[in-house]
Design a protein around this ligand. Structure first.
Ligand SMILES: C[S@@+](CC[C@H](N)C(=O)[O-])C[C@H]1O[C@@H](n2cnc3c(N)ncnc32)[C@H](O)[C@@H]1O
Length: 259
């Protein structure tokens, strides 16, 4: 059953809720293995390393990402400059550790406590102090505890069905100030087409390997529907392999009179 399609009757609605719960459960297992440089690493394996070994591994991965995505780091480091940024799905934290050099404060949030534990240890080893951490238990109602003027999520919201992502974003919106910068990295429509328009369950396996419960494509129309009228889409940038690996959406939160 495709959770993006509106259910017709009570039985279908119950099945939909169960499917969505199962996707969330599977995400909590899958993302203990994370993108790390050219490959993937289990967070428990990384946590078992000694400090020097962990730092060597981490610095190698950062160098790898800088080669792949240096243009992004240059662009967003200045956009995030002196802002307080909320990141969800921070994984092993490479982007936040990099952007925290220019941000006022960076808050790492993830649904997996071990991922947060790892980033906390890395930040301590690297003497990065303008950072905070939160583990998200219930991402539809989580209390982010503060106001932020930036929001960042790389490869996160497309791993749940649109209707769940929409609820998660509605909750996050309560914590973003007018003028907040939003940067999201998603899988573009073109990547889904190149894969042969598979179901979103199959697309997840194709993009991120076995155990990935879901990956959904995004285009301009869908990202606008996800964020609603109080956000303006400023740009969408396709990049990577065949210009279809990721799309970066940049939005800004409008005030009531900006619309
Ligand atoms: C593909 S990994 C990306 C990690 C990191 N952003 C990066 O680019 O390397 C997805 C991350 O999002 C987290 N995650 C998955 N679903 C989430 C959700 N609905 N809300 C917040 N975090 C989520 C996972 O635990 C994982 O750390």
């Amino acid at each position: 059953m495709n959770p993006s399609v509106s259910p017709r009757n009570q039985n279908e609605r119950v099945a939909l809720v169960e499917t969505n719960k199962s996707i969330v459960r599977k995400n909590r297992v899958k993302w203990k293995t994370l993108p790390a440089g050219a490959g993937r690493k289990q967070v428990d394996t990384l946590l078992s390393l000694g400090d020097n070994e962990l730092l060597d591994f981490y610095n190698d991965s950062i160098r790898y990402w800088e080669k792949e995505r240096g243009w992004e780091y240059d662009k967003y480091a200045s956009q995030f400059s002196a802002r307080s940024i909320l990141e969800i799905g921070s994984g092993l934290g490479y982007d936040g550790i990099t952007y925290s050099k220019s941000a006022e404060c960076w808050t790492f949030c993830d649904i997996i406590p071990e991922n947060i534990q790892l980033v906390r240890r890395i930040a301590r080893l690297m003497d990065v102090s303008n950072v905070k951490y939160q583990t998200i238990e219930d991402f539809i109602h989580h209390d982010y505890g503060d106001q932020y003027n930036g929001f960042y999520a790389h490869g996160v919201l497309h791993h749940v069905p649109f209707e769940i992502a929409k609820k998660e974003v509605s909750n996050i919106d309560r914590y973003l100030t007018r003028g907040a910068k939003v940067v999201l990295l998603m899988y573009p429509y073109e990547r889904w087409v190149l894969c042969g328009k598979p179901s979103f369950e199959e697309f997840g396996t194709m993009t991120d390997g076995e155990g990935t419960p879901w990956a959904e494509y995004y285009d301009d129309q869908k990202i606008k529907a996800l964020f609603g009228d109080s956000y303006k889409l400023e740009s969408s940038i396709n990049w990577g392999h065949q210009n279809a690996e990721f799309v970066n959406f940049e939005l800004i939160k409008l005030g009531k009179s900006d619309g």
